[in-house]
Design a protein around this ligand. Sequence first.
Ligand code: CA
Length: 261
Amino acid sequence: MPRPEPEPAVTAVASGRLENSRPAGRPVPRILVVEDQMQLLRALEINLLARQYEVATARTGREALATAAATPPDAMILDLGLPDVDGTEVITAFRGWSRAPIIVLSGRTSPGDKIGALDAGADDYVTKPFAMGELLARLRAALRRDEGAGHDAALVATIGDWSIDLAAHTIQNPESGTAPAASSPPRLTPTEWRILEILLRRPGQLVSSAQLLSGVWGPGFQERTNYLRFHMTRLRRKLEENPSRPRHLLTEPGMGYRYQP
Ligand code: CA
């Protein structure tokens, strides 16, 4: 259930200096701002745009996840008290497939709220009222850490003869130099990529159906196990050598799925 929270405004809006002048040629980080208070959302957007970030905005949790799925952000600034779902659910769902930093911006100040958000996968927590300069400094720090982490987003996994690059979204057969032209790589839909990404990042681990469903479709879909069965069948047809006897994309009956390298 969404919980109400105090919504005090910003204590200091723009600080004159533009701190993050990036070297030319570096990609512009895309920041997704999720906040239901319109005035604050606008203030955040204006400040981020002034510092040359690309900005996407959302006012509900569902909108946030849909926007993130359509164009993955490099970082998210997230309010917890949203009108439809709790921000913590947004964190859990987003973490199902993205490592991009999440900074919570919330009026909730209790240790329990902070622990809950950080445990769900948030990287930092800023309480309202806040100073815009501090929030932006924490955003820069989070983006630097993410960059310094050597982009664990880059991951190549294998399923049988296929080599799957999760960052580039490409599938190749390393042996294809000698293979007949008939074995051209399969094409996956965005949903199939999302499912695959969640599974392949946890090799050998059981991933529950609920984790997959909320990671791919967002909160509120945890019961739709039929969606998963449908897409897993298609993924096996595309990637497994013998789809009716899968060796890599395994079902754990009643629990979930497992990627076996
Ligand atoms: Ca709110």
